[in-house]
Design a protein around this ligand. Sequence first.
Ligand SMILES: [Zn+2]
Length: 236
Amino acid sequence: MGELLHEVPTRALAIYAHPDDPDVSCGGTLAAWASRGCEVRVLLCTDGGKGSADPGCDPADLAVRRATEAVEAGSVLGLAGQEWLNYPDGELADDLRFRGSLVAAIRRHRPEVVLCPDPTAIFFGQEYFNHRDHRVTGLAVLDSVSPAAALPHYFADAGPVHQVSTILMSGTLEPDVWVDITATVDVKEAAVGCHRSQFADGAEWASTAVRLNAEDAGNHAGVAFAEGFRRLRLGG
Ligand SMILES: [Zn+2]
């Protein structure tokens, strides 16, 4: 059995690449924490404009549609707020400008817990490898949390320093903590289902995948449904 995370933070910030990533990656956890009084915010780094296989789909139109879907999903989860950096989909670079935006958001919202993709998770079996934007986001978030957001000479104009105490990385191949989402797996399913632009064949398979993944994680955690993370504890 893995370690179940029982504490609910006061403030949490989930930083992800695409409009549907937070819901798919940790929507059950975000909903559970929000329902228990945590101020949960989401920062979306790209506009998701290339997330279509249809050559006739205009990326600018898709970005608008996906933002609407994300707002809907955010209200399903009970988020306190959502922000967009609006980088073009697929074009994230782990550079100073990007990390400066992340540091500014971390210092502004002062979360105890930051959630992000695990950038070391690259190959998932023989059929899938992790999207470049996910990898870039994960690495940039780690470096922005520590040391950058916590030390004054990094991005000196980005507000007063802030020490994040915990990073939870989703989509990890090495989960070491689990959050029980038995009470919120339905909310997660509904939030993922808001991203209609991503389901050419209907949202049914996505619902099934959400439940199967949560059930699998639940088996490791000793509960019905869970989400697994790799945890880092920082700053004592
Ligand atoms: Zn994504």
